[in-house]
Design a protein around this ligand. Sequence first.
Ligand code: AMP
Ligand code: ZN
Length: 432
Amino acid sequence: MIWNDHYETMERDRLKQVQSRSLRELVERVYKKVPFYRRKMDEQGVKPSDINQIIDIVKLPFTTKQEMRDVYPFKLLAVDLSDIVEIHTSSGTTGKPVVDAYTLRDIDTWSEVMARTLSMGDVTRQDIVQNAYGYGLFTGGLGVHYGARRIGANVIPISGGNTKRQLMIMQDFRSNVLTCTPSYSLYLAEAALEEGIDFSKLPLRVGFFGAEPWSEGMRKEIEAKLHLKALDIFGLTEIIGPGVAQECMCQDGLHIFEDHFYPEIIDPETERLLPEGEKGELVLTTLTKEGTPVLRYRTRDITYLNYKTCRCGRTSVRMNRILGRTDDMLIIRGVNVFPSQIEEVLLQVEGVEPHYQLLIDRKGQLDSIEIQVEMIEKLFSDEIKMLEKTEKKIENALYSSLGVHSKVKLVEPKSIPRSEGKARRVIDKRQV
Ligand code: AMP
Ligand code: ZN
């Protein structure tokens, strides 16, 4: 179901005109109102009058996460503080967070893009949305909330955590839409099993899983265990929160809401724009945001774009699921490794669960990586020899896929900490 036919199926040439106009207005606005951007544009020797078409965006300076932290809390505001109606922050655990401040119109835009998002999973006013993303400063909870409300669905603002209550509400209220992180969805499935709750008997139909990286293998696990269709939802605080891009029922890439968020893919080293289909760093510009607009934000997320019209009828560009982050990339003995690649390999091995942690350490001059992964109950009762055999099998599979030796350790079922929000997959002891 398409929420906004006009924008979501717009002819691409027409869309470019819309984007060009929004970009001109945006640049005028930030040049006048935000000294941070004016200074950066002056340094780059670019004036608002240099920006006519959307392709002129490449003349503008990039914005990094560090810069957004440096202007904490309000130096990025392009409106008076009195025009702000709501504030969220990024979930960063070190240093100052990034502030996203919304005007009333920004909240309206957020509701619109989130209504489009949920409509990609055919959510209507008939549906009951169990929203297990955290409410609070984190954008996940309220973002989904506003979208569900715009559609007229019944939203249950249960927030993250309290797993027993989640399961009770799910059964009693007959929720048929679930929104949470992919890792938490698996935790719910596991807890349900313990409580003797059969997901195949629940009306759950579709889930919107995101806020952290996950893989196709993980999708298969989730769909099988929760008996629903698992869709990938993508967003980030710096841009708006959830509602930047969403997978449709075709499950073939995430549609970006391009009339509001303009995507580019660059080579993270040279900062050069890459052509369609090439992997690189996603850069996003908020074309219509009023409160805290962002020019060419370097997300550090790695993906590629596809401009073909989707089978669902939408013409908007699709990004591939996030392949990794430039800052999550592990360099193990000179080889670039992304946690998502490891996950993909692990989930192809029989006998292991999608609960794992990567421990990185340095012994002498050499980096070492140990992968702790939970085994299924059945394997746990096997002999040591069998376990060692499985560990070796995984080590070999990882070596042939990544080209780097790692140590695999099978651990007891349920011994790796569960998360109610974003899972912590990597423990890098080199930094401690
Ligand atoms: P935050 O602003 O704290 O919600 O974090 C945003 C970051 O979470 C993004 O830049 C991505 O790295 C990650 N993220 C969000 N959604 C997804 C997704 N669907 N797949 C992979 N990573 C995601
Ligand atoms: Zn589609």
